[in-house]
Design a binder for this molecule. Structure first.
Ligand code: PLP
Length: 425
C-alpha cells in the first residue's frame, strides 16, 4: 500500500479499519474538548468503559451481600481469578490451566523465581538483558544475594554491539552457549521497554533449554501487543503487568503463566498460601497444603477482586477482537506512523532516528524515536498540544499507538503537531 500524508487518506484507512468501532469503548482524556492522541498505552492503557460496570457490580454485591458475596455474588469472589484463564490464555498462547491473575508483576516474578531459580554451586547464573527495566534488575540482584551468590558473578547481561540500538539474536544465543551448564535461568523482557524490540522468544527459549536452564519471560510490554505461544515454545514461566497494553487500570493485578509440565509436582519449591490450596478443601482449614492442580497452586492470598474487575472488563474486548486482528492493525498503524515520521522529517529537514527495529517481526506497537538536535521542548510542546507521549533520557520519545483505540487520523494529526513542535523551536 502506498501511504499518503493527508487527512483524506487517514480517514479512508479508518473507514476500512474493522477495529475502528472499539475506540468508542474507551475513555479518552480531553484536550480543549477533544480526545487526546494517546501514545502511552505502553505505560498505562486507557480505561475501558466497561471497567466501571464491573467495579460497580462488586461494590453493589459487597453493599447488599456483605461477606456472602464470596459465594453468592453474581461473579463470586472466592474463585474470581479463575474467570481469566480461558480468555487470557488466548492472548498469551497457553492452555487455560496455565494462566492466572494475582499480585503485581515484580511480586509475581519474585514468587516464580522461588520455583525456577534454584542455584547450585555449579549452575547458578542468570542471563538477562543489559539495562533491563530497573525493577527487574533490582529483583534479579536481590534474588541472587538472597541465595548467597554475588550478583557480579551470577548475573550475565546480554550486550548490544557498539553503535547499535538493538540486541542481535545471534549474540544472545552465543552468550547462552558460553554460559552453558552454569546457566540456571534465562529471564528477559520479551519486548524491550526502551526500544520496543521484540526478542525472538521461541529461538532463545529453545537455546536456553538445550543448556538445561529454566526460561522465564517478563511480558510487561508484550502481553496484548505481540504474538505469544508460551505453551508451544516450552517457556517455563512468565508474568506481565496488565495495566499497559491490557488496559486493566493503575497498579492492577498481574497475569502469570506456569507451564503445565510443572503442575502437580510435590517437590517444587514455592511460597504457598491458602488460595493455592486445592479449592475443594480450602475451607477445611487443614494444616497440610494440598496444591491446586494447575497454575493456581502459585496463588497465595484471596483475590483482590476490585483490582481484577477492570482487567476482566478489558479482557472481554480482547476476546471479542482476538490477537490476530489486533496484530494485523498494529502492523499497519505502526507502518503508517513510521511513514508520517519520515514524511515530516523530509518536509522540514528534521533528523529523528527511529531506534526500534524496522523489521515488523522484531517490533510491536511501539516506536522509540531519537530526537537528534531537539530536546525536551519538543516533548513538552506535544504534551501541551494534546499528544500523550513519554520521554526517556537522554533524548527519546516513545510512541505506542494501541490498535484497540488509536486511529489513523490520530497519526496524521500527530504529524501536524510534531511539525509545529519542531518548527517552533
Ligand atoms: C512496567 C514494567 C514493570 C513494572 O513492574 P510492577 O511490579 O508492575 O510495578 C516491570 N518490568 C518491566 C519490564 C516493565 O516494563
Amino acid at each position: 500500500m502506498r501511504f499518503e500524508n493527508s487527512l483524506e487518506f487517514a480517514k479512508v484507512l479508518d473507514k476500512k479499519d474493522p477495529l475502528n468501532q472499539y475506540r468508542d469503548q474507551f475513555h479518552f482524556p480531553k484536550h480543549k474538548g477533544k480526545d487526546v492522541i494517546y501514545f502511552t498505552g505502553n505505560s498505562l492503557g486507557l480505561q475501558p468503559k466497561l471497567a466501571r460496570t464491573y467495579i460497580e457490580e462488586i461494590l453493589k454485591d459487597w453493599e447488599t451481600l456483605g461477606v456472602e458475596g464470596h459465594f453468592e455474588a453474581e461473579k463470586p469472589w472466592w474463585d474470581y481469578h479463575e474467570r481469566f484463564g480461558k480468555q487470557l490464555s488466548k492472548v498469551v498462547g497457553a492452555l487455560p490451566e496455565e494462566v492466572t491473575v494475582m499480585n503485581t508483576l515484580t511480586v509475581n516474578l519474585h514468587l516464580l523465581m522461588v520455583s525456577f531459580y534454584r542455584p547450585t554451586a555449579k549452575r547458578f547464573k542468570i542471563i538477562c538483558e543489559e539495562k533491563a527495566f530497573p525493577s527487574d534488575q533490582y529483583m534479579i540482584a536481590s534474588q541472587v544475594r538472597f541465595h548467597g551468590y554475588d550478583p557480579k558473578e551470577a548475573i550475565v547481561t546480554l550486550k548490544k554491539r557498539t553503535g547499535e540500538h538493538n540486541f542481535r539474536t545471534e549474540d544472545v544465543l552465543k552468550t547462552i552457549v558460553e554460559v552453558g551448564n552454569e546457566c540456571a535461568l534465562v529471564l528477559i523482557g520479551g519486548v524491550n521497554y526502551y526500544t520496543g524490540q521484540v526478542f525472538d522468544m521461541e529461538t532463545i527459549t529453545k537455546a536456553a533449554k538445550d543448556q538445561g536452564a529454566f526460561v522465564g519471560w517478563d511480558l510487561a510490554h508484550a502481553a496484548g501487543n505481540v504474538d505469544l505461544q508460551l505453551h508451544d515454545w516450552d517457556v517455563d514461566f512468565a508474568a506481565w503487568c496488565s495495566y499497559k497494553y491490557m488496559n486493566s487500570g493503575p497498579g492492577s493485578a498481574s497475569g502469570c503463566f506456569v507451564h503445565k509440565k510443572h503442575h502437580g509436582l510435590t517437590d517444587i519449591p514455592r511460597f504457598e498460601g491458602w488460595w493455592g490450596h486445592h479449592k475443594k478443601e480450602r475451607f477445611l482449614m487443614a494444616p497440610e497444603f494440598v496444591p491446586e492442580p494447575d497454575v493456581n497452586a502459585w496463588q497465595i492470598s484471596n483475590a483482590p477482586v476490585l483490582s481484577m474487575a477492570p482487567y476482566l472488563a478489558s479482557l472481554q474486548l480482547f476476546d471479542a477482537v482476538g490477537m490476530e486482528a489486533i496484530i494485523t492493525k498494529r502492523d499497519l498503524i505502526v507502518r503508517y506512523l513510521e511513514f508520517i515520521l519520515n514524511s515530516v522529517s523530509d518536509k522540514i529537514g528534521a533528523s529523528f532516528e527511529i531506534i526500534t527495529p524496522s523489521n515488523p517481526e522484531e517490533r510491536g506497537t511501539q516506536l522509540s524515536v531519537f530526537l537528534h538536535g531537539y530536546g525536551k521542548k519538543v516533548f513538552h510542546y506535544l504534551m501541551e498540544n494534546g499528544v500523550f507521549v513519554d520521554w526517556r533520557e537522554p533524548n527519546v520519545i516513545r510512541l505506542a499507538p494501541a490498535p484497540l483505540y488509536c486511529s489513523y487520523t490520530d497519526m496524521f494529526n500527530f504529524g501536524l503537531i510534531l511539525e509545529q513542535a519542531i518548527v517552533s523551536q
